[in-house]
Design a protein around this ligand. Structure first.
Ligand code: BGC
Length: 561
């Protein structure tokens, strides 16, 4: 008996192993519960899914590492000397940070067709090739142009993995673990940020932090990302299985069955595997039929894709969801999280934490806090719902910004005499990070993944992910300008957005926790929910009958032999 099956379903297996199709049908297997619990317990029980998802989350690690590494590098002495327009207070600083996000925006959009044509798995491999080229250019940069090109190409790879990895995990994990798996990705991002912060902190000492600093102080943290990336590249080529959903999409049904059985550690004729495959097939068939029915004139794949995007905009209830998904991503970025992630050492220096080491040390603390504050999200989001967690997070983030801005405004010219004030502001930066991590850090990704109907979910997610990157790009670009010109006003600016987020969630955002898919439609003013459900049931019925026919033909021909 596999360890992925809950006690209730153990009974199912022993009773039904003799005639899987008929018996699974009679039992009406509830897939959401058949594979056991969700959250930590579920992940620990399904060790292979946990291991594979964790491995794929190396993509999230690279995402976080790439975001985090730049902040420490920007303030390193040798880097500032070699790239005066980029390091320190250079006029191109915002651009060198943000060009990576621009690349990621492009990568996220480009990856949709790549992941459809060449598989999710190989798109992760392509992403790593781009990432490695970018890494080489950045670590070996001898001029500013090389640095820019390297960050842009590396960014394309990051944008690709940011879209491909959650897609692969979501399509590979059993239904009970999908939510936790999304959080795993956020956790990996946070770990990546933390590792890069501490690496910067360590390598800045190579040759000393002053004028003798070695060039390796910043080249090494840029270069070391190649290791996890090479690992992920090799793993995506030789180890990660194809997503069973993608295999069904390209009609490789036998492989889909084998892969699914192996992933679930069950025999290929097990009723639960059979039921899951049936549902995946039904989902794929549903998409095909819906598109064919809605857009009878769309003959080519390109035309159909165009129609799907169009539908997202012209159907009022879908457009509403698309707006909310993108707006949440925008607000996630405008909480100011990356203003801190990218420019923390500068910020700490600005609020009076002086010396070469202290700002980087305080930045390292952010990295650790961010990781640990992500962990409770796995439990609280499903326990209390999206809205209360978001509101508590947004309200607390707003309070932090207000306090930091005010301390900064009052003591901006007298940090030396008021060292305690600087440290108090630093503590509120840390508290801000805690409140980001358990709330919109995770929910910003979970919410869009659960509000769209199946037929347009991938397209909508692609748009939402790119909305995240483009907002991220803007933040990277404007933060140094704001810090230079409006100094403490930067925090009042983010205070405004976090306060807005609080009211927006309170007054406008529908709660989605525990809402079944057919009800979800009503929530947004759509009326296709019941029709969707009925159609899905009809397709499932047809597929089951198809299966039965095939197996009786098979036994007839075996009888003849
Ligand atoms: C955001 C990133 C951010 C990270 C911090 C993610 O959810 O999308 O932009 O840097 O959280 O942990």
């Amino acid at each position: 008996m596999s360890d992925t099956i809950s006690p209730a379903s153990e009974k199912v297996e022993s009773e039904f192993i003799r005639d899987p199709e008929a018996e699974a049908e009679a039992l009406e297997i509830d897939l959401d519960n058949a594979y056991g619990p969700s959250g930590f317990r579920g992940l620990l029980k399904s060790s292979n899914i946990f291991g594979l998802s964790l491995f794929a989350s190396l993509g999230g690690f690279l995402f976080g590492y790439d975001q985090g590494v730049i902040s420490g590098v920007l303030v390193m002495h040798d880097f500032e000397t070699k790239f005066p327009r980029v390091g320190g207070d250079g006029d191109l600083q915002g651009w060198v940070v943000s060009i990576m996000q621009l690349g990621a925006f492009v990568g996220a959009i480009l990856n949709s067709p790549i992941a459809d044509k060449y598989s999710r798995r190989y798109s992760i491999a392509f992403a790593n090739v781009a990432f490695l080229i970018g890494t080489g250019l950045q670590a070996g940069a001898v001029n500013t142009a090389m640095l820019f090109v390297g960050r842009f190409i590396g960014g394309i790879g990051i944008g690709q993995v940011s879209m491909a990895v959650p897609l692969w995990i979501g399509e590979t994990a059993p239904p009970n673990l999908r939510g936790s798996a999304v959080t795993l990705q956020q956790f990996a991002i946070a770990v990546g940020i933390m590792v890069s912060f501490w690496l910067d902190f360590g390598t800045q000492h190579i040759g000393g932090t002053g004028s003798g600093q070695s060039t390796a102080a910043w080249r090494l943290p840029f270069a070391l990302r190649a290791l996890p990336s090479l690992l992920l590249l090799a793993g995506s080529i030789f180890m990660l299985p194809f997503s069973p959903r993608w295999l069904v999409k390209v009609k490789r049904y036998d492989e889909a069955l084998l892969t699914l059985a192996r992933l679930r550690k069950l025999p290929t004729d097990h009723p639960i595997v059979h039921e899951e495959l049936l549902q995946i097939k039904a989902g794929a068939r549903f998409d095909e039929l819906t598109i064919a029915e809605k857009f009878p004139d769309a003959k080519s794949a390109l035309q159909r894709t165009y129609q799907q995007y169009k539908e997202l905009i012209v159907e009022k209830h879908l457009a509403k969801r698309l707006f909310v998904a993108c707006f949440l991503q925008f607000l996630q970025q405008f909480t100011g999280i990356n203003a801190i992630i990218y420019y923390a050492p500068k910020m700490f220096a600005a609020i009076g934490l002086s010396g070469n080491t202290i700002p980087l040390l305080a930045t390292g603390v952010i990295g650790i806090i961010n990781v640990f504050a992500t962990i409770p999200a796995i439990g609280v989001v499903d326990l209390f719902g999206r809205k209360p967690v978001l509101m508590i997070g947004a309200g607390s983030m707003a309070a932090c910004h207000l306090i930091i801005a005010t301390i900064y405004a009052v003591y901006r010219n007298s940090w030396a005499e008021h060292a305690g004030a600087g440290w108090a502001a630093a503590v509120f930066i840390w508290i801000f990070v805690v409140n980001f991590a358990y709330s919109i850090g995770c929910i910003g990704w979970i919410y869009p993944s659960e509000i769209f109907p199946l037929g347009v979910r991938a397209q909508a997610m692609g748009i939402a992910v790119s909305a995240n990157w483009i907002s991220n790009f803007v933040i990277g670009l404007i933060t140094p300008i704001m810090m230079k010109h409006i100094t403490f006003g930067t925090f009042y600016f983010f205070f405004g957005f976090t306060l807005f987020l609080f009211f927006y969630v309170w007054l406008c955002l529908p709660e989605t926790k525990g809402v079944p898919i057919e009800e979800m439609d009503k929530l947004w003013g759509g009326n296709e929910g019941q029709a969707t459900k009925d159609r899905m049931e009809r397709i499932q019925q047809e597929l089951k009958e198809d299966d039965k026919l095939k197996s009786s033909n098979h036994s007839l021909s075996s009888d003849k032999i």
